[in-house]
Design a protein around this ligand. Structure first.
Ligand code: SF4
Ligand code: SF4
Length: 445
């Protein structure tokens, strides 16, 4: 059977089936549920599957459309988002995927104006992505539309460089805002130094939140880590002023992200001072991994954790949330941990975190999905390649793959081995799973 634009590849309990849907009311656009659906009549071409499966697929297809209409057009933003959150949670409890993932992280093509030593991207020092064909603006917006179809309402914009340098960033933000009718939240992962080009009111009105890579609150130390390629003396203070302004008009919208390494381990208190000064409400700590000359040794990690535990009460007094209690999960990998002195309480805490996935499951399918700037959809952002959104719409790829991923990730504790294709021992989403497992345990059924 040849493909037509109206083909819809749906999942069935037995695998996949191709169904062709025809829209006899092509011009009927006044009902939102139909404007988003070109499909109306179902014709089954593959008769290997029973009628029941076909009906089930049809019902779930229209249920999704109905839900989309309800959340995007009918319910006010907080209620619509609560419905999506509730269904996501129910899905995790019942191990069924009712909606798309909570977050889509998509990379937009741009260069960077910093030169961090631990930069892992291919634009480092070159200013723009090279040697690969990145997604066009139209392809990015098609990806957004597809994700919104399955009610993925948190769009994270990252980049192989700095997303705020993407020339069409405001067009993309406007598109997400309009298409979701303000229901989506847009998170920009940024180094922060080009924010001054944008009006804080514009960001606030488009539901923009920031995940800002700070790493140090002390200007000299910050410069030695970020190594800005130009205007090094202005960038830090301009970023600080902009953040003070943004936090005043959009509280709770900024997370200061700090990767701890040999470069900044002695300046942790400057991060507290910066958060206090800019009135930021969330501070996140991670560790640098994969750079032997910069990453902390096992003993340095323990000392960092002890320092963070000492700083934690001061963060709390200022009403600043941190991940210090969970830092042990991102600290110390199994290998580095060997031979650690486990006499101290801190060490015991670290050791107890090693085997997290032997007693807990991974809920990444409900929580997160990532597409790189060439359209590659990867399981959990680091895992196996699922497909390319250039060839197949994101929504289709995700729906097709999610049953398999659910099975793999929610059986990780029973199976005792990594998810095929992933490197779960160094899981990038362990914090998300720690929180998910905690809340799922609270469920009364
Ligand atoms: S800010 Fe990010 S993209 Fe830019 S050089 Fe540093 S790590 Fe690389
Ligand atoms: S690395 Fe493994 S445990 Fe972590 S999110 Fe991916 S699949 Fe789940």
């Amino acid at each position: 059977m040849e493909s037509s634009p109206n083909d819809y590849l749906a999942t069935s309990p037995n695998g996949f089936m191709k169904i062709r849907l025809i829209d006899p009311f092509d011009r009927l656009t006044h009902l939102p549920c139909l404007t988003n659906s070109k499909f109306f009549i179902l014709m089954i071409f593959d008769n290997r599957y029973c009628l029941f499966s076909s009906l089930r697929i049809l019902v779930s297809f229209y249920m999704r459309k109905l839900l989309f209409t309800l959340v995007i057009y009918v319910l006010p933003r907080p209620l619509g988002r609560a419905v999506v959150g509730g269904l996501t949670f129910l899905g995790m409890l019942s191990k069924k995927q009712f909606l798309g993932p909570r977050n889509l992280q998509m990379a937009i093509p741009s260069g960077c104006d910093h030169a961090c030593e631990f930069c892992i991207t291919d634009i480092h020092g070159k200013g723009a992505p090279k040697n690969r064909q990145t997604l066009s603006f139209e392809e990015l917006t098609a990806q957004v539309d597809s994700a919104l179809e399955i009610l993925c309402l948190n769009i994270n914009l990252v980049s192989t460089g700095e997303p705020t340098l993407y020339p069409k960033l405001t067009d993309l933000i406007d598109h997400i805002w309009k298409k979701s009718r303000g229901r989506a939240t847009i998170k920009i992962v940024t180094n922060g130094t080009s924010l001054w080009k944008f009006s804080p009111e514009y960001f606030r009105d488009r539901n923009v939140v920031l995940w800002l890579s700070l790493h140090s609150g002390l200007e000299e130390n910050w410069k030695s880590i970020h190594m800005p390629l130009s205007q090094a003396d202005e960038k830090f203070s301009r970023m600080r002023e902009w953040l003070i302004w943004y936090n005043r008009i959009a509280p709770e919208s900024v997370t200061l992200h700090n990767v701890i390494s040999k470069q900044n381990q002695d300046y942790l208190d400057s991060i507290l001072a910066f958060a206090r000064e800019t009135r930021s409400r969330d501070v996140f700590f991670g560790r640098l991994y994969g750079f032997p000359h910069l990453q902390l040794s096992a003993s340095e990690e323990k000392s960092v954790l002890e320092k963070l535990l000492r700083l934690e009460p001061s963060f709390k007094d200022l009403g600043i949330r941190t991940n210090v209690a969970n830092f042990k999960f991102v600290a110390i990998s199994q290998d580095e941990d060997k031979g650690a002195d486990n006499a101290k309480e801190v060490t015991e805490k670290i050791l107890s975190s090693r085997d997290f996935y032997k007693s807990h499951d991974c809920y990444i399918t409900w929580l997160f999905s990532t597409v790189d700037d060439t359209g590659q959809l990867l399981a959990c952002g680091k895992g196996r390649l699922i497909g390319n959104t250039r060839q197949t719409p994101y929504e289709e790829l995700f729906l097709r793959e999610s049953p398999k991923l659910i099975e793999d990730t929610t059986n990780i504790s029973k199976r005792g081995t990594s998810v095929p294709g992933c490197h779960c021992l160094d899981c990038p989403h362990i914090q998300m799973n720690v929180t998910a497992n905690k809340y799922l345990r609270l469920a009364p059924f």
